[in-house]
Ligand binder design. Structure first.
Ligand code: GLN
Length: 486
């Protein structure tokens, strides 16, 4: 069911918002003890909110677009009065005194916040296994990871525990789990969506974006959260197009670029490659022109990102010192002892690894060799994209080199884990919008994701091509069987 289908059922009175919310709560109670997609569920407040909407509808009031639609929120987005942990022990009891702009906008649009979703600690990871509160499992196969870091937001949509969700994407954390869980996930242009109230990981890369079962719902969420915000000076004051208008537009004559060096990578699974190349043919059959091109620096993204992101993280995470808020080690002998033990016990090992790498890369004597060099390569990657967008409208790559990998398979191998973001990271480094949508399945029935990237602030074309593909290819209608035994 799309938002539009649901809206019609709600307007006609076929179903009430309260019934919808109750159905989702029942499903969460049934499936989430296994999947662990939620860190907290706001059952009572969601039911109250739904009842309020039902009453407003009964009194004939004009309702906002998402009225009565249950949406889940990644647990790194601050929600006033509701625990926001970032899946970290250090924020285990943090209750924000303010609301993030994106959740505020969704609330105003009538969406019902059903709960906060599990994630890799501080959004660092690609499997949702670094959460301090246990891993999330993939609803397509519970022996596989859901991807990460927004694994809870992706898996909860895939398992039908909510209608849509918000995640954050610093290097692929929306698109890669969307790909692993067979749902649509989108990272907007840097500056399109406010980061106010998003707990910072790497501020020059972080963006909030939607997950949904289909492109049109993702477009609706994006519509609501986009636009200038006075609380975030990096948001850009340019008009937000009506995205829904673009979804039905034909793509005849549009130029789609296949980045050839993405398809030559040794880690790329042959099934993923075959399925994604077949998707290009679907777009061609719709009248798009396929152009082969190179982005020579594309594969340097990963090395660049793993200097820049940890550097920014090491600065951003300096605030967790046991003094102002968050976890504090209480038996300390001195201030230094208190701060270092609070951090040592409060952070998990992946977060500490990033802080160490970042602190090293920023230290005097190394900053030019690592951080500055990485920023220079970042510019070269961006230049590659600028050249590419002189020739084509949209770029096409797989989202991830493989389908969902096994739980525990990469936990002790950070490099293998980092490589799963090979194809998503360049868009973050260049600030470009990108979407992942289902394009097929591998032999074991796991979803494969197609990534489309567009030029800055051209989310409209991205959604247009994605929507036309979705209609023509008809893959996204398949849902996971959630009859797993537990
Ligand atoms: N997996 C990448 C990392 O670990 C990206 C994370 C993200 O986008 N938040 O840094």
């Amino acid at each position: 069911m799309t938002f539009e289908d649901l809206r019609q059922k709600l307007t006609s009175g076929e179903v009430s918002a309260k019934e919808i919310v109750q159905e989702k709560i029942n499903r969460i109670n049934e499936l989430d003890p296994t999947l662990n997609t939620f860190l907290s569920v706001n059952s009572q407040s969601a039911l109250d909110q739904a009842e309020q909407i039902d009453n407003q509808r009964a009194s004939g009031a004009d309702l906002p677009p998402l009225a009565g639609i249950p949406i889940a929120i990644k647990d790194n987005l601050c929600t006033k009065g509701i625990k926001t942990t970032c899946a970290s022990k250090i924020l285990g009891n943090f209750v924000p005194p303010y609301e993030s702009t994106v959740t505020e906008r969704l609330k105003k649009a009538g969406a019902i916040m059903i709960g906060k979703t599990n994630m890799d600690e501080f959004a660092m990871g690609s499997s949702t296994e670094t959460s301090a509160f246990g891993p999330t499992l993939n609803p397509w196969d519970i022996n596989k990871v859901p991807g990460g870091s927004s694994g809870g937001s992706a898996a909860s949509v895939a398992a039908g525990l909510c209608f849509g969700s918000l995640g954050s994407d610093t290097g692929g954390s929306i698109r890669q789990p969307a790909s692993f869980c067979g749902v649509v996930g989108m990272k907007p242009t840097y500056g399109r969506v406010s980061r106010w109230g998003l707990i910072a990981f790497a501020s020059s890369l972080d963006q909030v974006g939607p997950f949904a079962t289909n492109v049109s719902d993702a477009a609706e969420i994006l519509q609501i959260i986009s636009g200038k915000d006075d609380f975030d000076s990096t948001t850009v004051d340019i008009p937000v197009p009506n995205y829904i208008d673009y979804l039905s537009k034909p793509i005849k004559g549009m130029k789609i670029g296949l980045i050839d060096n993405c398809f030559e990578h040794e880690g790329l699974s042959s099934e993923v490659k075959k399925t994604v190349l077949k998707s290009a043919l679907v777009l061609e059959s719709l009248g798009a022109e396929i152009v082969n091109l190179s982005c020579p620096r594309f594969n340097d993204g990963i090395a660049t990102y793993y200097v820049i992101a940890p550097s920014e993280a090491s600065a951003n995470l300096a605030r967790y010192d046991g003094v102002k808020y968050g976890f504090r080690f209480n038996e300390a002998q001195s201030l230094i002892d208190m701060t270092s033990k609070s951090r040592a016990l409060g952070f998990g090992s992946e977060v500490k690894r990033r802080i160490l790498i970042g602190t090293y890369a920023l230290s005097a004597g190394y900053v030019d060799a690592y951080y500055k060099k990485a920023q220079q390569v970042r510019t070269l990657i961006r230049n590659d994209f600028e050249e590419a967008f002189k020739k084509v409208d949209i770029l096409l790559t797989p989202t991830s080199p493989t389908t969902a990998f096994g739980a525990g398979e990469n936990v002790d191998n950070p490099i293998a884990m980092y490589l799963s973001d090979l194809l998503t990271i360049p868009a973050n480094l260049a600030g470009l919008p990108a979407i992942s949508l289902p394009c097929g399945f591998d032999k074991s029935g796991l979803p494969i994701g197609l990534q489309l990237i567009s030029n800055v602030f051209d989310e409209a074309s991205l959604l247009q091509v994605a929507s036309q593909f979705e209609i023509a290819a008809e893959v996204s209608k398949k849902r996971p069987k959630t009859d797993f035994t537990y």
